[in-house]
Design a protein around this ligand. Structure first.
Ligand code: HPA
Length: 274
């Protein structure tokens, strides 16, 4: 039987990155638009641009640096994808899953996935940080498709990491909203009719990423949790308000300091929890 780890494995990338000194940290981050600023607030131990990593795939979206980083914050080390691979850029879900598999083979056991998102819940505001309590995978496909051992696996966010995340945020005085993330394929923003559907389905925020990484992590036995930053109200939630990628980048840029504070606290807490 094919298992998810074997299905998604990229041995060439793992041996290359091991030689480059990226092996070791147990906490991993997938940093979406803007969230990559966290890396810049820490000490970089080793880094490798995606285009040098065999079979990894390049990130082409403005706002995404596109490198794998081993970094240190205080006494705690982490491994981060600074810039993610998006399905809407043309990367198959298997490649997005393979990147998570590379993190796992380099030692990551707890994965923190981050993204920008539009708010569908009218009670949210631009700049809110949302702990993803659960998600709806509206990409309607799985990076683990084809892995026989993945039938029936549970890939919801880890209850232990959800609790640790709440405690880490609270200890730093960071307010977190909590909600359900709806992951769509993109690349277009949703229409107001689609946004109404997302709300009816139970979504609070919508993004074009994150579910694939959570599913891949769960399928390979990692614990995972995700955070979304509200960069805009989704179309139709506030009548007459449009959304564009430049605005999303602008909001993310203003959030730099809060991303670093949150992820620094999360790293310390996850490392300290063991
Ligand atoms: N929809 C989907 N993805 C997004 C949005 C949105 O409104 N904002 C940021 N990422």
């Amino acid at each position: 039987m094919v298992d998810a780890a074997a299905l998604l494995r990229n041995r060439d990338a793992v041996s290359f990155l091991t030689r480059e000194g990226l092996e070791g940290p147990r906490v991993g981050f997938v940093l979406g638009s803007g969230w990559g600023h966290f890396v810049d607030s820490t000490e970089i131990v080793a880094a490798c641009p995606y285009e040098q990593i065999p079979g990894f795939g390049e990130s082409t979206v403005p706002g995404h640096a596109g490198r794998l980083v081993r970094g240190r914050s205080g006494d705690h080390e982490y491994l981060a994808m600074q810039g993610r691979l998006h399905h809407y850029e043309g990367h198959p879900l298997s490649r997005i899953g393979a990147a998570v598999s590379v993190l796992r083979e380099l030692g990551v056991r707890e994965l923190v996935v981050t993204c920008a998102a539009g708010a569908v819940n009218p009670d949210y505001a631009i700049g809110d940080l949302v702990l993803v309590r659960d998600y709806i995978n509206f990409m309607l496909d799985s990076p683990a498709r084809g892995a026989g051992d993945s039938v029936g696996i549970r890939t919801s966010p880890s209850p232990r990491l959800l609790t640790a995340s709440r405690e880490a945020a609270e200890s730093e005085g960071i307010t977190l909203a909590e909600g359900v993330l709806f992951s769509s394929k993109g690349p277009s923003y949703e229409t107001p009719a689609e946004v109404r559907m997302v709300r009816t389905f139970g979504g609070d925020v919508v993004s074009m990423s994150t579910a694939p990484e959570l599913i891949a992590a769960g399928a390979m036995g990692m614990e995972a949790v995700a955070f979304a930053c509200v960069t805009n109200m989704a179309p139709g939630v506030v009548p007459g308000r449009e959304v564009n990628h430049e605005e999303v980048i602008e909001v993310m840029d203003k959030m730099k300091g809060r991303f670093s504070a949150l992820l620094t606290a999360i790293l310390a807490r996850f490392e300290g929890d063991r």
